[in-house]
Design a protein around this ligand. Structure first.
Ligand code: UTP
Length: 299
C-alpha cells in the first residue's frame, strides 16, 4: 500500500446514547463546537488530507447529516434577499466542487466494524481513512489525518492514531503494544481492549483516526460479533496485524473526546479561547464565572 488515500469513511450510525435526550433528534455528529457541527471539523480534516470522496455511514434517523451537505434552496434564497452574503457563502458551499459525498445506510447498529464494512462497495480495493467525528483533533499545523496519510504513503503500512494517556486510565481505551517506536510511529504487535493499568502493555491509546489497507474488509467479513454482540473494528485490526504491518501513529495535536460531556465542554472552551473574535470575551466570561464560584465557595 503506497497509494495516497482518496476516500474517507465517517461511521455516524451509532445511537449516541451518552448525549440523550439531545440525540433523540439531533445526531451526536451535529452537536456544535461554536458554530460548526463536529462532522464539519472531521470533513475538513479529510479534505485537507487529500480525500475527495467522503462516505457517510448513517442510519434512517440521521437525515440531518445528509441535509447538512445538501442544498438548502429556501434558506439560500432568503439569505440572498436579505443581503446576508457572508452567511450565504457558508451555507452555499458545504463542500469544495471536487469533493463528493456518498451516503451508505447501516440498517442495524451492529458495531463500528460493521459500519466500516458497509462502506466496502464504495471504497473498493484501495487504502482509505476512517474518521470518528466525535474525536475532535486540534492542531496548528497539518491535521492528524494529513500526518497519518503522509506516513502511510511513505511506508505502505496501515496507520492507527494513538495518544499517550495517563497510566491509571488505560482501562478506558484500546491500548497497543508496539515494536521499537521511532519518529512518531511503531509497528503494532498487539492491541488490548481496556486493560487494567497493571496489565497494560503501554500507555498508547487508540483514538478515532485510521488509515487502512482494503484487506481489512475481508477480515471484517470473517469477524464474529465480540463485546456487546457488535462487530468490532479492533478485532479485524488484530487479524490484519498478524498478516502485515500496521503502525501506531502518535499524531501532533490535541484530541477532545466529544463523545463525552466533559470532552465536548473542554473542546468548546479551547476553541472559544482560540477564536479570532470570541477569545477575549470568552476568557473574561470564564474568569468571572470562576471568580463567582470562588466567592460562593468562600461563603
Ligand atoms: P460509540 O462507541 O461512540 O457509540 O461509537 P455511539 O452510539 O456513537 O455513542 P454512545 O456510546 O451510545 O454515546 C463509535 C463510532 O462508531 C459509530 C458511531 O457513530 C461513532 O462514530 N458507530 C457505532 C456506527 O456507525 N455504527 C454502530 O453500529 C456503532
Amino acid at each position: 500500500m503506497s497509494r495516497r488515500i482518496r476516500k474517507a469513511v465517517f461511521p455516524v450510525a451509532g445511537l449516541g446514547t451518552r448525549f440523550l435526550p439531545a440525540t433523540k433528534t439531533v445526531p451526536k455528529e451535529m452537536l456544535p463546537i461554536i458554530d460548526r457541527p463536529l462532522i464539519q471539523y472531521a470533513v475538513d480534516e479529510a479534505i485537507e488530507a487529500g480525500c475527495d470522496t467522503l462516505i457517510f455511514v448513517t442510519n434512517r434517523y440521521k437525515h440531518a447529516v445528509a441535509d447538512y451537505f445538501d442544498k438548502a434552496y429556501e434558506l439560500e434564497e432568503k439569505l440572498e434577499k436579505a443581503g446576508k452574503l457572508a452567511q450565504l457563502e457558508v451555507v452555499r458551499n458545504p463542500l469544495p466542487p471536487n469533493v463528493r459525498a456518498v451516503f451508505v445506510t447501516q440498517t442495524e447498529a451492529l458495531g463500528l466494524g460493521h459500519a466500516v464494512l458497509c462502506a466496502k462497495p464504495v471504497v473498493g480495493d484501495e487504502p482509505f481513512a476512517v474518521i470518528l467525528p466525535d474525536d475532535l483533533i486540534w492542531n496548528r499545523g497539518p491535521g492528524a489525518l494529513t500526518q497519518m496519510a503522509d506516513a502511510a504513503e511513505a511506508s505502505g503500512a496501515s496507520m492507527i492514531a494513538v495518544q499517550d494517556v495517563p497510566h491509571d486510565k488505560t482501562d478506558s481505551y484500546g491500548i497497543v503494544a508496539t515494536e521499537d517506536f521511532a519518529d512518531r510511529q511503531g509497528r503494532i504487535r498487539a492491541m488490548v481492549e481496556k486493560p487494567k493499568p497493571a496489565d497494560a502493555p503501554s500507555t498508547l491509546a487508540v483514538v478515532g483516526r485510521y488509515v487502512l489497507n482494503p484487506r481489512i474488509f475481508a477480515l471484517l467479513e470473517s469477524t464474529t460479533p465480540g463485546a456487546g454482540g457488535e462487530i468490532q473494528l479492533t478485532d479485524a485490526i488484530s487479524a490484519l496485524l498478524a498478516e502485515e504491518a500496521v503502525h501506531a501513529y502518535r499524531f501532533r495535536g490535541t484530541r477532545f473526546d466529544c463523545g463525552t460531556h466533559i470532552g465536548l465542554i473542554e473542546a468548546t472552551i479551547r476553541y472559544a479561547l482560540d477564536h479570532e473574535k470570541l477569545s477575549e470575551a470568552a476568557a473574561a466570561m470564564m474568569q468571572s464565572a470562576l471568580d463567582e464560584l470562588g466567592v460562593r465557595e468562600l461563603e
